[in-house]
Write a protein that binds this ligand. Structure first.
Ligand code: GP9
Length: 414
C-alpha cells in the first residue's frame, strides 16, 4: 500500500542536497536533441590508431561545449534500454533482466511526461523495429508523444548494413524530421551502426582495422571512426540549419562496446595491463553538452547516467517536482560525487570501490579497504531503495504519500 513509499521518501529527504542552480535556465525554452551513441566508450576520445585519431570530429567538438570526462554508464543486462531508463527516471535499472521488459506496466514520472507538460513535443528516433527492448510499450509508460522507428525511415538494403540503417542516413532523415517538428521539441536519437559485431561496408571504412589479438576490438575502431564521420555530417548540417540558434545538443555513450572478454587485446592497444581498476575505468562513456548558449568547460566531476535528468531540467529551467530521483545535477560544483554501478561498485571523487577492494581513484593504487566502506554501504542502500520502487510499483502512490507525509508532520506539531 501507499505506506511502502514512505521509507523511499525518507531516504530521499535524508540525502537531499541544496543545488547551486549553476547554469540554471541557460537553455530555457530551447529544443533538445539527445544523441545516444551506441557502444561508445571514453577511451576512444583523443586516442589514435595507426597514428590517426579515432574520433577527430568529436575531439574538436568537445572543446566547444561542456565535456565530462569522468562520466560512467550504469547499465546492466538491459544495455541501451537500461541507459534510457536511467535518463528518463533518474533511477537505477534492475540487476537481472531488462526493466523495459519486466516493469513496463509500472507507473512512472518520466522526463518525457514532465517535458510534455512543459510544452515540449517529446519523441524518440531510432531506426530499428519498434518492439525491440519492448520500446513501443515502455515509451508510452514514460510519456513520449511519439516514437519514430524503422517504419518511419527510408530504409533500403543499399543504405543498410548489419543491424540495419546506417547512421549517416539515420542522421540526415532525422534532421529533416526535426526541422518540420512542433517546437520546442525533445528528440532522443539512438544510433545503431557501432554495435557488436562492429561490421561495415568496405566503402565506409575510414581507417585500417586494428592489430590486436581481438577481431572485435580491431573492427570496433573502424565503426567508431565511421560513427564520428556520420556525427560530423549531422552536426555540420545542424549548424547550417535554423535549429542551431534554438537547440542544445546532448551527446553521450550508452554503454561499453568492448566487454571484459577482450581485456588482453585492450591492454595491447592501451599499452598497460587491464586489471579490475582499469576495467572499471573503461566503463566511462563520453558526455557533452553543446549549443550556442553553452560556454565551453572541461568538467571532471564523477557522475553517471542517473545524473542526466537533473542536469537537463536545471539547464532548461524546468521545475521537477518528482521527489524520487537518485541523480545529482552534474553542473553543481558541490554535488555529491558518487557514481554507483548496478553491481554495487562505485566511484567517488577520491576512491573506486570494486567488489570489496578499494583503490585511489586517480592513481589506481590499492588502498585500505576501510576507506571504501562508506561508499559500498551507500551503494547498497541506494540500489535497494531504487529496486523497492520498481518491484513495488511505488510511484503510483506518489500523490497519496506526499499527503500522508505532510499530515504526519502536522500531527507531530500539534
Ligand atoms: C537496438 C539498439 C541496440 O535497438 O538500441 O541495443 P543494445 O544491444 O546496445 O542494447
Amino acid at each position: 500500500d501507499s505506506n511502502e513509499l514512505v521509507p523511499v521518501i525518507n531516504y530521499m529527504n535524508e540525502n537531499k542536497q541544496e543545488d547551486s542552480d549553476r547554469l540554471e535556465g541557460v537553455a530555457e525554452g530551447k529544443n533538445v536533441i539527445l544523441l545516444s551513441l551506441e557502444s561508445t566508450q571514453t577511451f576512444v576520445v583523443d586516442n589514435k590508431l595507426h597514428g590517426e585519431e579515432l574520433t577527430p570530429y568529436f575531439n574538436d567538438l568537445k572543446e566547444e561545449g561542456i565535456y565530462f570526462d569522468n562520466f560512467y554508464h550504469q547499465v546492466k543486462q538491459g544495455r541501451t534500454s537500461d541507459s534510457e531508463f536511467l535518463l528518463a527516471n533518474s533511477m537505477y535499472p534492475l540487476n537481472r533482466g531488462a526493466v523495459f521488459f519486466t516493469h513496463s506496466g509500472n507507473e512512472y514520472e518520466g522526463l518525457p511526461s514532465l517535458l510534455s507538460e512543459n510544452g515540449y513535443f517529446t519523441n524518440v528516433m531510432h531506426a530499428n523495429d519498434k518492439t525491440f527492448w519492448n520500446r513501443n510499450v515502455m515509451y508510452d509508460s514514460l510519456g513520449y508523444d511519439e516514437f519514430f522507428s524503422k517504419e518511419d525511415y527510408e530504409v533500403t538494403p543499399e543504405k543498410s548494413h548489419g543491424w540495419g540503417y546506417l547512421d549517416e542516413y539515420f542522421f540526415s532523415d532525422s534532421l529533416d524530421k526535426m526541422k518540420e517538428m512542433d517546437k520546442p521539441f525533445y528528440s532522443k536519437m539512438i544510433t545503431l551502426t557501432n554495435h557488436y559485431p562492429f561490421s561495415l561496408p568496405e566503402e565506409e571504412k575510414f581507417i585500417e582495422e586494428g592489430e590486436t589479438s581481438s577481431g572485435t576490438l580491431n573492427r570496433y575502431f573502424q565503426t567508431i571512426r565511421y560513427q564520428d564521420e556520420a556525427l560530423k555530417q549531422f552536426v555540420e548540417e545542424f549548424k547550417q540549419s535554423e535549429l542551431y540558434d534554438n537547440t542544445i545538443l546532448v551527446i553521450y555513450g550508452d554503454h561499453f562496446g568492448i566487454s571484459e572478454n577482450h581485456q588482453e587485446a585492450m591492454g595491447e592497444y592501451l599499452g598497460k595491463e587491464i586489471n579490475d581498476y582499469e576495467q572499471f575505468q573503461l566503463q566511462r562513456v563520453p558526455m557533452l553538452i553543446y549549443g550556442k548558449s553553452i560556454e565551453a568547460e572541461k568538467n571532471h566531476t564523477v557522475g553517471g547516467q542517473v545524473d542526466l535528468r537533473p542536469t537537463l531540467t536545471n539547464l532548461l529551467g524546468i521545475e521537477d517536482s518528482n521527489p524520487v530521483q537518485f541523480g545529482h545535477d552534474l553542473l553543481d560544483k558541490d554535488r555529491r560525487e558518487l557514481m554507483i554501478t548496478r553491481d554495487g561498485d562505485f566511484a567517488s571523487d577520491e576512491y573506486v570501490g570494486i567488489q570489496g577492494v578499494c583503490y585511489d581513484r586517480e592513481t589506481g593504487e590499492e588502498v585500505e579497504a576501510d576507506s571504501c566502506e562508506p561508499g559500498f554501504e551507500a551503494a547498497q542502500e541506494e540500489l535497494s531503495v531504487s529496486d523497492s520502487v520498481i518491484y513495488g510499483d511505488l510511484l503510483r502512490y506518489l500523490d497519496e504519500t506526499e499527503m500522508v507525509d505532510t499530515k504526519g508532520k502536522q500531527n507531530k506539531e500539534e
